[in-house]
Design a protein around this ligand. Sequence first.
Ligand code: SIN
Length: 533
Amino acid sequence: MNAKAFTSPLRVDFLILGSGAAGLLAAARLQRHGRVAIVSKGTTHDSNTWFAQGGIAGVLAADDSVENHVQDTLAAGAGLCRESVVREIIRRSGAIIRELIDIGTTFDTHGEALHLTREGGHSKRRIAHARDATGRAIARALQAQLGADVLRLCGYTAIDLITSHHIGDYSGPNRCLGCYLLAPNGQVLSVAARHTILATGGAGKVYLYTSNPHGASGDGIAMAWRAGCTIANMEFIQFHPTCLFHRDGSNLLLSEALRGEGAHIVDAQGRRFVFDYDPRGELAPRDIVARAIDHEMKKQGTDCMFLDARPLGEATIQRQFPNIQRSLQRLGLDLNRAPVPIVPAAHYTCGGIDTRLDGSTAIENLHAIGEVACSGLHGANRLASNSLLECLVMADCCAQTILSHPAPAPRHIPAWDDSGVEPEGERIPIKQNWEEIRATMSHYVGIVRSNERLRRAKRRLLLIQHEIDDYFWRHPVSRDLIELRNLAQVALLIVRSAQMRHESRGLHYSTDYPLTLPEARETLIPPAEESKT
Ligand code: SIN
């Protein structure tokens, strides 16, 4: 169905923002129970899921157990996981992976069994994968589940959620009524929905180096914050240790599975330095490996370190990592020939909208699932390949909750108010502001933080945010401007959360507070705190 046939307000039962694994499974579960619209900013390929290489972790091997996987997840999470959520998600891992197989996901096999790979922090081989393009295989299988009645809105950008409080109805708790969408033709569409699901992914784009696709600008987190949700644990940004360092391929990830199968991290002299930091070497959890690389780069005054995949041998590289190898070869690099330059890059937002396992939020009929949410699975550091699992289990639970709590169709949905919009005048330099935010975050709020760096970042970001806010309501909206506004908001939430944590834990390391406090506490920013960020 083509969205151009609809005029504002568009009425649906279930509005799903984001078309990665979480959004797709939610759509598949809900499609027989009402009218579903699934929205992507770009094409259906522009999700973090589409780019996920390594795989999906689950309890699949005879020598593994739910308890082993739970313990590995809790250890990585450094005291901040919500244990009941961890247990429930991992308990369901086998069933959800079997369902993926049943709907046509072609995971690699070894004889009759699944081929399971290994990644940092896992005590067992437990990662099901489809060569080095697992996310794509899962997304394709899920997309094939969607019927023709599901409305696919590609090229639409969500601007803001519409809530009962937003339209001046304070007669009850805040309820989500839908959202405003910028259509590809520049019109703003009001969408009324019984239930709205945010499945918009993370915010890797707040950093200069990131493995995330362009659209990862934290839209869902920023919109939920503006609408009145609590935001949790935003200081925990996971940096993937091995992103390609190259002018023309800056967001190409070199999957952790390469290290799982035997690749080494070396400096320019070929020395495996990670063992100086942890006896597990390259297979220590990501925070440790990323900090080791960052530290060595600063100590040695270099721009990058290297990943040496030659120990794997050509046959393994060809069989398991054909896509990574092809992408590298296009840039004149080759895993079989020489170590490849790498740099740690922002990869995963562990914090997000504070939710339960089923994605429910502080706002009625608003749900958040997958990376946009902070369900409690990851705590202070996500265990590799747990995220696709979380997306799918949360989507499943979310659909169940929605179906058991029917919500009324919203009656009055106001049109987008563009009364203050002036004819196009001087444009704020959007590209320059994007770059300034990303540079500020990378230099001051990266892998290692300090009070002074955070103060400097906050000063700069507040200035940029005021400029953007002032501009936003006086000019026609565009995708770039919407993302810039969200990026600034999310950057400030990260800084604010980092300032609230007076210790080092998991992915958050501060030179002013190098120790871990005995009691682990979540960082919660309730909406009333907004004025302080
Ligand atoms: C990777 O392939 O290294 C990414 C896996 C993940 O982040 O879970």
